[in-house]
Design a protein around this ligand. Structure first.
Ligand code: UD1
Length: 387
């Protein structure tokens, strides 16, 4: 029998950068329920200060209760290390629920370790499918959804994907998008960021137009020919418009190994106060914090990316987004939002970017339940099922 007043212990797992903005609204909402005891477990998949620590500060995430420190490695090494370390924690102190978000290696590793111990798993952002099994995230999504007890979805096409894969409807809950919860909550604060001044994009009498680029998918950065092609398109684009490129550590590593640091005007750091001493049209900087990036995204004329979450954020912000992939697990951002799939062909990237820059701005769209209340809906479901 459960002790009177005993709290339901929940392990909420984070590991990589895109997890933090999804976990923040969840833990804040879970903490409002006195019968829940949510504890944050950080696998350490991402460990650079700008890939992890800065997000804890800006999103007011509590310090992780446990830090597994697994770091980088091959997929099997990383996934295996997370499973081994996370299982130890579950055995030492068994939770009533493990909650995982997104589709990174930490997501599947912790879900798998938990489910083998018969601990129920909640997957937040379930049901997204690119149908491209060469993407590591697609494998993580498919497997996590198959073994999870509660599947929380961001859109109705995700529900349909899950039903098609044999998941009982009783496990699927369409609740909306927790990443948009974070965006709504931090939009005003992000408006106070001085990142535009530091990048020299906001001068006394004019606001310069700029495009914002992010790039980190193995399919775009690991193959030198593909990476060179994309960078060529970006260099051409920068003749028309400023391009700001906060680069992921993986991408920086590949740019360095190709000796292209000078071509992309890589700056090791942004000054705390601006403006930078770099009058190039293409500026590559290390990864930015959440608020600075949100500010940059919301004022951009165009975003080019291969990220998943950015396709959703630009949809809500009404900023045109060119996705440098052939497919997306988030088709709602193409159907209802501002997203255009362009792949990684340099000519097509350049042509589409030029067309978008000439055209009118898209009016902001709001897919159903992308309203800042997704975490609240999730906690309502969990309360009804777990308490
Ligand atoms: C991971 C996720 C991806 C997500 C991305 C966001 C998987 C399979 N992939 O990809 O879905 O979109 O995070 O950033 O989980 N590195 C550092 N410092 C860090 C982290 C990584 O230098 O803090 C470098 C290392 O060289 C590492 C490489 O980046 O080998 C890749 O990191 P990894 O966590 O394996 O995958 P990501 O590409 O970041």
């Amino acid at each position: 029998m459960r002790k009177a007043g005993a709290k339901k212990l929940i392990y909420l797992v984070v590991g990589a950068r895109p997890n933090f903005m999804k976990a923040a609204p969840l833990i804040h909402e879970m903490k409002k329920e006195p019968r829940f005891l949510p504890l944050l477990i950080h696998t350490g998949q991402h460990y650079d200060p700008m890939m992890s620590d800065s997000f804890f500060r800006e999103l007011r995430l509590p310090r992780p209760w446990m830090y597994l420190g697994v770091g980088s490695g091959t997929h099997a090494e990383q996934t295996g290390r997370i499973m081994i370390e996370f299982e130890k924690i579950c055995l030492a102190k068994r939770p009533g629920l493990v909650a995982v978000v997104g589709d990174v290696n930490s997501t599947i590793a912790c879900a798998l370790a938990a489910v083998k111990l018969n601990i129920p798993v909640a997957h937040v952002e379930a049901g997204l499918r690119s149908r491209d099994r060469t993407m590591p995230e697609e494998i993580n999504r498919l497997l996590t959804d198959q073994i999870s007890t509660y599947l929380f979805t961001t859109c109705e096409d995700a529900d349909r994907n899950l039903v098609r894969e044999g998941i009982p409807r009783s496990r699927i809950f369409f609740v909306g998008n927790v990443m948009i919860d974070s965006l709504q909550k931090h939009k005003v604060l992000a408006g106070k960021s001085n990142v535009l001044e530091r990048l020299g994009l906001k001068r006394r009498n004019r606001n310069d137009r700029y495009a914002l680029l992010t790039l980190h998918r193995p399919s775009n950065v690991d193959d030198p020919a593909v990476l060179k092609g994309i960078l060529k398109a970006i260099t051409d684009l920068s003749k028309k418009i400023h391009v700001v490129f906060p680069a992921h550590p993986r991408t920086i590593k590949h740019i360095r190994s190709l000796g292209l640091e000078k071509t992309v005007h890589f700056m090791k750091a942004l000054p705390a106060r601006g403006p930078i001493k770099n009058d190039q049209n293409l500026i590559t900087v290390p990864p930015l914090g959440y608020l600075d990036f949100l500010r940059l995204m919301s004022r951009a004329s165009l975003v080019l990316t291969d990220s998943g979450g950015i396709q959703e954020e630009t949809t809500i912000l009404g900023i045109p987004c060119l996705t440098l992939r052939d497919n997306t697990e988030r088709p709602i951002t193409v159907k209802e939002g501002t997203n255009i799939l362009v792949g990684n062909d340099p000519g097509r990237i350049m042509r589409t970017a030029s067309r978008v820059l000439r055209s009118q701005r898209f009016p902001p769209k709001r897919p159903r339940y992308w309203d800042g209340k997704a975490a609240r809906r999730i906690v309502t479901v969990l309360k009804a099922r777990l308490l």
